[in-house]
Every structure is written in structure tokens, then in C-alpha cells.
Write a protein that binds this ligand. Structure first.
Ligand SMILES: NC(=O)c1ccc[n+]([C@@H]2O[C@H](COP(=O)([O-])OP(=O)(O)OC[C@H]3O[C@@H](n4cnc5c(N)ncnc54)[C@H](OP(=O)(O)O)[C@@H]3O)[C@@H](O)[C@H]2O)c1
Length: 255
């Protein structure tokens, strides 16, 4: 079984270079070993999960990226691909390990791409930390989901025809912004930077607003945030992360 993750699209970009045209794409999934290699790293019949070729039959070599599958009692295996897999790990490591300091009680946390697989988990973690959480999405249906299902404190529709993103941010974050979990970049990132408080943390895990422009990996395609000087003015920090790095983190630290 495979998860259709957003990162598959980035790997198709010629500049990323991971998936060549005509070759089998890669994804996060799990399967059963049907034939063991010379070194018999995995037993026939055992289950493995990780990053592998999206195919009926795929090669799995022993690496940090492919591991014996974790089977938890009472947990549907498919959950290990979403909530308890790539998306859940991205939310967890991105909220609590990538920044200098995770969200704190009473702080205002903004999450962009807030109804997405990663964002919707990340903001629930921020809520559990006691923060005030504001999500940015497109359209009233997603806004309703954030407010009614996920119980966020406020939701912003960045495509709203009546109120600009700046106006909505001012209304939703009257005390400024302490933490941004950002998958969007571009104007959204600039608008949030304009409103950050002292010691704010900005966590970047992608820039999805650049995907459709086709310029994600062009040398001159992605402009940095024009408001980055706010980081200096507010003693703030900006960090990025990849799940792949943090997946190896517990091993490196013997945890
Ligand atoms: N760094 C890492 O290790 C890591 C790990 C996992 C995922 N990721 C990245 O995280 C991102 C989200 O992954 P996901 O699985 O949550 O994806 P997803 O479920 O497809 O959600 C992505 C969201 O992005 C929003 N979006 C699309 N185009 C946009 C645009 N032009 N401007 C603003 N928002 C836009 C969409 O929401 P709206 O309709 O509300 O705009 C969509 O819900 C992807 O870019 C993925 O590559 C990174």
C-alpha cells in the first residue's frame, strides 16, 4: 500500500533529479517480502515499510528509509502512512524539534496549508500545547473544518474576496504571532513576518505556493521572503527541516 504524498510531485522536478522521466516513482508505503536477497536482511513473509518504488514488486534494501514495519495493536496499518507516518512525523518534528522552542501556552501559532495532511495534525499538536491556533486555508468549507472539527481559535481564507490576508491576520492575531508552521511561502510568509513578536519561531517545511508556478527549483524562481529583516528586529528565528533527517535522529542520539 502506498500513500499519495505531496513530496512525490517535487521529486518529479528535473532539478530535484530523484525521479527520472520514464522511471518508476518513489513513495512511502509498506508491503510483504516475497523474495529474500543474498544477505537475507528481511525474511520472506515479513512486512517492511518506508520509501520504496511504487510498484507491485519493488526492491527494498536495508537502509534507514526501509525498516521492518511497526505493527501496533489496534492500529490500522494504513494509519502508519498518514497520521502515524510521514505526515504525523512531519507535524511532530516540525513543531517540537526543528524550532529553537516549540509552541507554548498562550502563544499565537499560525499554520498555513492548515487543512492539509501535515498542517491539520500540526495545529492539533499546537492546541494541545495550550497555544492559540490560527489556520490559513482556501475557501469556506475548509474554514468550517478548522473551526468546527479541529476547534481552532480562528481561520483565515486567503482567497476571501472581501477581506485581504493582511486584514484577516490583524483580526485573528491581535497580539501578534509567536510561531508560524509554514508550507506556503511567498506572500503568506511575508504577511506573517510583518506581524511576528519578539522571539518568534518560523518553521519552513516547503513552499507549496511555488509548485504550480513551475519555478520551485529554478535558480531565480523562488524569492526569499522580502520581510526577512523582521527576524533581526524581533530576535526571531527561522528554521527548516526534512522528515528524513529526523527519522534518523533517535538513532544518532541513542534514544
Ligand atoms: N519537510 C518535510 O520533511 C515534509 C514532510 C511532509 C510533507 N512535506 C511537504 O509539506 C507539504 C504539505 O504536505 P501535505 O501532505 O500536508 O499536503 P496536502 O495534504 O496535499 O496539503 C497541501 C495543502 O496546500 C494548500 N495549497 C495548495 N496550493 C497552494 C497555494 N498555491 N498557496 C497556498 N496553499 C496551497 C492546499 O490547501 P488550500 O486548498 O487550503 O490552499 C492543500 O490542502 C507539501 O509541500 C509536502 O511536500 C514536507
Amino acid at each position: 500500500m502506498f500513500s499519495v504524498d505531496a513530496f512525490v510531485r517535487t521529486m518529479l522536478s528535473p532539478r530535484h533529479g530523484s525521479t527520472k522521466p520514464g522511471s518508476v516513482i518513489w513513495g512511502v508505503g509498506y508491503g510483504t517480502v516475497v523474495k529474500a536477497g543474498k544477505n537475507r536482511v528481511y525474511k520472506v513473509g515479513s512486512r517492511v515499510s518506508g520509501v520504496m518504488q511504487v510498484a507491485t514488486l519493488a526492491f527494498a534494501t536495508k537502509s534507514l528509509m526501509v525498516q521492518p514495519m511497526l505493527v501496533l495493536p489496534g492500529v490500522k496499518p494504513s494509519l502508519t502512512l498518514g497520521l502515524m507516518g510521514n505526515s504525523g512525523l512531519a507535524a511532530y518534528f516540525g513543531m517540537f524539534f526543528a524550532p529553537v522552542k516549540g509552541p507554548r501556552k498562550g502563544e499565537t501559532v499560525v499554520v498555513s496549508a492548515a487543512a492539509g495532511s501535515v498542517g491539520s495534525i500540526a495545529e492539533q499538536m499546537a492546541k494541545l500545547s495550550g497555544a492559540r491556533v490560527v489556520g490559513i486555508v482556501r475557501g469556506s468549507v475548509k474554514k468550517h473544518f478548522l473551526l468546527e472539527e479541529l476547534k481552532l481559535n480562528a481561520a483565515i481564507d486567503y482567497k476571501d474576496s472581501k477581506n485581504t490576508l493582511d486584514e484577516q491576520l490583524d483580526e485573528a492575531c491581535p497580539d501578534g504571532i509567536d510561531f508560524l508552521f509554514d508550507d506556503v511561502g511567498g506572500e503568506t510568509l511575508d504577511a506573517v513576518l510583518e506581524r511576528i513578536n519578539t522571539a518568534a519561531r518560523i518553521v519552513i517545511y516547503r513552499a507549496i505556493s511555488r509548485y504550480d508556478t513551475g519555478t520551485m527549483y529554478e535558480k531565480d524562481g523562488v524569492r526569499g521572503p522580502s520581510n526577512y529583516v523582521k527576524l533581526a528586529e524581533r530576535n526571531a528565528s527561522m528554521s527548516g527541516f526534512t522528515v528524513a533527517y529526523f527519522v534518523s535522529f533517535p538513532r544518532m542520539h541513542g534514544r
